[in-house]
Design a protein around this ligand. Structure first.
Ligand SMILES: Cc1cc2nc3c(=O)[nH]c(=O)nc-3n(C[C@H](O)[C@H](O)[C@H](O)COP(=O)(O)OP(=O)(O)OC[C@H]3O[C@@H](n4cnc5c(N)ncnc54)[C@H](O)[C@@H]3O)c2cc1C
Length: 407
């Protein structure tokens, strides 16, 4: 038998966008349900860079002290090696903000933290192992979702449904929203290599002819991303694992001992990269935010932070309205109007980076030289403050203005 629930707002997806929005609406006393299809937040891969913009939001919510007590590593200077030449990409230490660093924290810690912090709001309900499979319609209006749970199907009637279900969003697909594909020239092999506490390395990005990789110091392991041409996985596999690992160690000698942790292809996850965005984020009764509205490339590690910014803007614009009833289409469209420009600007910069660095680097046999803008930024340190501002705070950073319910 199908069960029924009624709520003011149903958020589909418990990623950074969904969990932050659930927290903010719960804090405002809005009756809200967050659906997450998995049983927990422990996934092979989730972007785990928490930028100054997100740290600022955590501060404004009074959550920062507890948050920064969770294990994390801090990064201020983004330094790389381009065909053997050192390059400086950004220096977050130059930002005049309270938290001028990137905190590397497993995303499941971030999401669990938000979930635990949100437990004190009686109007917030998080339903794990609950997968939205279809939309409920009332004429032209989206009136909620139908979801699958281990106990059976459940219909969740909602005044507003918010899709935060990521770049393969079921909700946007069922709503028939039009996606503009911008494309990306690469995919990523994602793996961990062992690390002793003594091993340190300031370089985090490396580019050699035909190859590109990133290494993040995660305390007791290196989190690594080896960039391959889009669709090139089978060719990489055909060369063999040993050849790939040898290439990796040649590029990043610091991985020499730890690479033995990669024993088979099972230890390497292929992540496909996409950049796209919706034409319209809104239908009557429905709003899409985060990757469900605009899939981000890993370039700059900004996707999680943009998803959080979308959530803050949504709560700022809609929380008070939701306390009273269902927002109209024009009120929902105000969220797109607020967030579309930052998204477009960020995707534009990601495309410039993809076309001028990634695509060029991945062409085999090409003589490589750091692109002129990168050489200029390296030579003029104050410019590293500007790149840091773009990466760390983004375009039009959001601040929390949504209401707090009286208890
Ligand atoms: C290779 C790669 C590397 C990246 N690296 C970084 C990085 O280092 N830093 C960074 O900031 N960004 C990074 N990104 C981008 C980042 O991962 C995303 O932009 C960000 O996770 C978007 O957050 P979200 O909440 O919108 O969606 P997601 O994080 O995708 O969360 C969606 C959630 O919805 C759930 N869900 C999906 N469908 C349903 C359903 N039907 N019902 C219920 N629940 C559902 C999913 O289980 C998931 O928990 C990277 C992306 C790629 C591809």
């Amino acid at each position: 038998m199908t069960q029924s629930i009624k709520t003011r707002c149903c958020i589909v997806g418990g990623g950074p966008a969904g969990m932050m929005l659930g927290y903010l609406l719960g804090r405002a006393g809005v009756d809200v349900v967050v659906l997450e299809k998995h049983a927990d937040f422990f996934r092979d891969f989730r972007g785990d860079t928490v930028h100054p913009s997100t740290l600022q939001v955590m501060d404004e919510l009074g959550l920062i002290d507890g948050f920064l007590q969770l294990p994390h590593q801090r990064l201020q200077k983004m330094q790389g090696l381009f065909a053997g030449t050192p390059v400086q990409i950004a220096d977050l230490g130059r930002l005049k903000v309270k938290y001028n660093f990137i905190a590397f924290m497993p995303q499941w810690d971030f999401l669990n933290f938000l979930r635990e912090a949100g437990r004190r709001f009686p109007s917030l309900k998080v339903m794990m192992r609950t997968e939205a499979v279809d939309l409920i319609r009332d004429g032209a209006r989206i009136a909620g979702v139908r979801a699958k749970t281990p106990e059976g199907m459940v219909d969740i009637a909602a005044d507003l449904t918010i899709a935060c279900d990521g770049r393969h969003s079921t909700v946007r697909e069922r709503a028939g929203l039009k996606v503009e594909e911008i494309g990306a020239p690469m995919d990523v092999l994602w793996f961990r290599a062992g690390k002793t506490l003594e091993e340190t390395e300031k370089i985090f990005a490396r580019v050699d002819p035909g190859k590109m990789m990133v290494t993040f110091d995660r305390g007791d392991y290196w989190q690594c991303a080896f960039v391959i041409p889009k669709g090139g996985y089978e060719a990489v596999k055909a060369r063999g694992l040993e050849a790939l690992l040898a290439d990796i160690v040649r590029m990043a000698p610091v991985l020499k001992s730890g690479i033995s942790d990669v024993k088979s292809w099972d230890d390497m996850k292929l992540l496909t990269v996409a950049i796209n965005r919706l034409d319209k984020w809104v239908q009557p009764g429905l709003l899409c935010i985060g990757d469900a509205a605009h899939a981000m490339s890993p370039m700059g590690g900004v996707g999680v932070n943009l998803a959080v910014q979308d959530a803050v803007a949504t709560a700022n614009l809609l929380a008070a309205r939701l306390q009273q009833g269902a927002p109209g289409e024009a009120e929902l469209a105000a969220v797109q109007a607020r967030r579309e420009f930052p998204v477009r600007m960020t995707q534009r910069m990601q495309v410039v980076g993809q076309d001028n660095i990634v695509a060029m680097a991945l062409k085999p046999g090409k003589t490589l030289k750091a692109p002129l803008p990168l050489r200029i930024v390296t030579a003029i340190p104050w410019l590293q403050g500007i790149t840091a501002r773009f990466l760390g705070l983004g375009v039009r950073p959001e601040h929390v203005h949504s209401p707090v319910a009286r208890s």
